[in-house]
Design a protein around this ligand. Structure first.
Ligand SMILES: [Zn+2]
Ligand SMILES: [Zn+2]
Length: 344
């Protein structure tokens, strides 16, 4: 039935809304600071001021763990045989990042997911550029002499990740292993017109992405695994396969009462390989070997392990050791690289 009162209320509501929009500053409410502003085109949901406060790790001091400050950790003797080749992290774990990550991880604010994933994607692009340079230098060095170091010095000026950087996925054809075609003929890249260089440079690219799992108890509590979400977001954006490689048997987060030795022992037992997943890894390895040239036939499978925060590296190391052990048993050559959102 027609109700003139409803019509008037509706009209007044629309009018107030329009007047509000007329006087409110343009844009939307920033996810992280709550002010109304024009939102950043690069970082989903936040204003330009908040985007400027992101504590990017701009220059890497420790090539092993990707730390921006002096690193006594990696020079310790027991660190020499760590299971991963190197770690890189997007940002420093300062109070602001603690808040952002906490809002997502502990308070379940899903809107933080695209923002945090965008930070990880940029760090991945920077890591890819950095390791591409390493690969190019290795190729040059091996042409001169066969001996090369595992991780020669790299140009840290590549950090911070370029906010304007083209989305890696966009320049890569689906499923392409970028490095192969160019790496077999490194001179080809130098003959390209300059404008074509970004897409024709040899690109470091992992073959598979995985993540640090949480225990079932933690999963039930939070409803999701933040590391898995980050890994899936990155893998989707960069068109990489993601596998659920590991399981967490023991929840190791509440062990502050234990000694360092006890913590390391617990960590060793904390992770295991998901049943049947090594078959998937073998298929990926065979697929890679078949699509590669004869020169790269024996190239190991490059695996990128994702977590939210890197503190001492012991979690990453424990995961890496479980993967390497399973890979040796299954006769699958594997190289592990790690990438985290934050570095404390
Ligand atoms: Zn803001
Ligand atoms: Zn270090």
């Amino acid at each position: 039935m027609f109700n003139p009162l409803n019509n008037i209320t509706d009209f007044v509501h629309k009018l107030t809304h329009r007047i509000h929009n007329l006087f409110a500053p343009p844009g939307a409410t920033c996810l992280t600071c709550g002010t109304r502003a024009v939102l950043s085109p690069t970082y989903p949901g936040i204003c330009a001021r908040c985007a400027q406060q992101i504590p990017w790790i701009r220059s890497i001091r420790c090539l092993r763990c990707g730390r921006a400050i002096g690193c006594p950790d990696c020079s310790r003797p027991h660190m020499a045989n760590r299971s991963f080749i190197c770690n890189r992290s997007a940002v420093q774990y300062n109070a602001l990042m603690k808040e952002w990550i906490g809002m997502y991880k502990f308070r379940g604010h899903e809107r933080y997911a695209p923002l945090l994933t965008s930070l990880l994607i940029q760090a991945f692009q920077a890591m890819s550029e950095e390791l591409s340079l390493v690969a190019a230098k290795e190729t040059q060095a091996s042409a001169a002499q066969s001996a090369t170091s595992a991780l020669p010095p790299v140009d840290a000026s590549l950090h911070p990740p370029n906010p304007r950087a083209s989305t890696y996925a966009r320049v890569q054809p689906p499923g392409a292993h970028a490095s192969t075609a160019v790496r077999t003929n490194p001179q080809a890249a130098t003959r390209q017109p300059k404008s074509l260089l970004p897409s024709s440079k040899p690109r470091w690219r992992p073959d598979v992405v995985t993540y640090v799992p949480v225990s079932n108890e933690r999963l039930a509590e939070r409803g999701f695994n933040q590391a898995e979400r980050l890994a899936s977001g990155l893998a989707a954006a960069c068109r990489l396969p993601v596998v659920d490689l590991l399981q967490r048997r023991i929840n190791t987060t509440k062990q502050s009462f234990k000694t360092r030795g006890e913590r390391i022992e617990t960590m060793k037992e904390a992770f295991s390989i998901s049943p049947g997943i090594m078959d998937t890894l073998r298929d990926l390895y065979i697929g890679k070997a078949e699509s590669n040239s004869a020169r790269e036939h024996s190239c190991p499978l490059k695996l990128l392990l994702i977590d939210d925060i890197y503190t001492t590296g012991s979690t990453m190391d424990a995961c890496g050791k479980v993967i390497l052990n399973a890979a040796v048993t299954g006769d699958i050559p594997v190289e592990i690289y790690t990438l985290t959102l934050a570095r404390s």
